[in-house]
Design a binder for this molecule. Structure first.
Ligand SMILES: [Fe+2]
Length: 185
């Protein structure tokens, strides 16, 4: 990689891989969600992610490259964390809070990547790519805000109440899990 064009291409492949991974993981998270609102937020984001994949494919086409992903260890790590949370949470409200926080970590990764790609596309004079990347960037920001609102208005409150109601010695760690997700929100 010795120029910005190449770096742009490689990063485009990174985010393409990430979007495909997200498409695989979102249905699993939607299935595990106990809150109807959280489930529909995940389901809505599946449709959005499909459109985002389509936009990336348009950019690949515009630069004459085949749409091909490049393994992204960052997104694999975030997905692994999400599945750990799904397995380890001992009640469904805490699981919801953990999954929501995991989804936000993914959104933040995507916001970082799309912001960078849009800036590079602008530098490289790729007007159409800038427009497509910024459209996705705005969607990711909106999704992140929606998740924050849902966490603060419902999910964290329910997770905290669920933990406080528990009489077992695990109730303290349930509260910790809920508070940890609040900090990340
Ligand atoms: Fe995305």
């Amino acid at each position: 990689m010795d120029n910005l064009n190449k770096l742009f291409e490689e990063t485009l492949r990174d985010v393409y891989y990430a979007e495909k991974a997200i498409l695989k993981n979102l249905p699993k998270m939607a299935k595990k969600a106990s809150s109807d609102k959280l489930r529909s937020a995940f389901e809505e984001h599946i449709d959005q992610t499909e459109e985002q994949v389509g936009r990336l494919e348009q950019i690949f086409e515009s630069i004459g490259k085949s749409a091909r992903g490049k393994r992204c260890p960052a997104i694999d790590g975030l997905a692994e964390e999400a599945s750990e949370i799904m397995q380890e949470a001992e009640n469904e409200t805490v699981r919801d809070a953990g999954m929501l926080a995991a989804a936000q970590a993914v959104e933040h990764y995507e916001i970082a990547r799309y912001g960078t790609l849009a800036a590079w596309a602008d530098k490289l004079g790729m007007k159409d790519a800038v427009r497509l990347l910024e459209t996705t960037l705005e969607e990711e920001k909106e999704t992140d805000m929606k998740l924050s609102d849902l966490a603060l208005s419902e999910i964290n409150i329910e997770a905290d109440a669920g933990g406080a109601a528990g009489k077992s010695s695990r109730s303290a760690s349930r509260n910790d899990a809920a508070r940890a997700s609040e900090r990340r929100t």
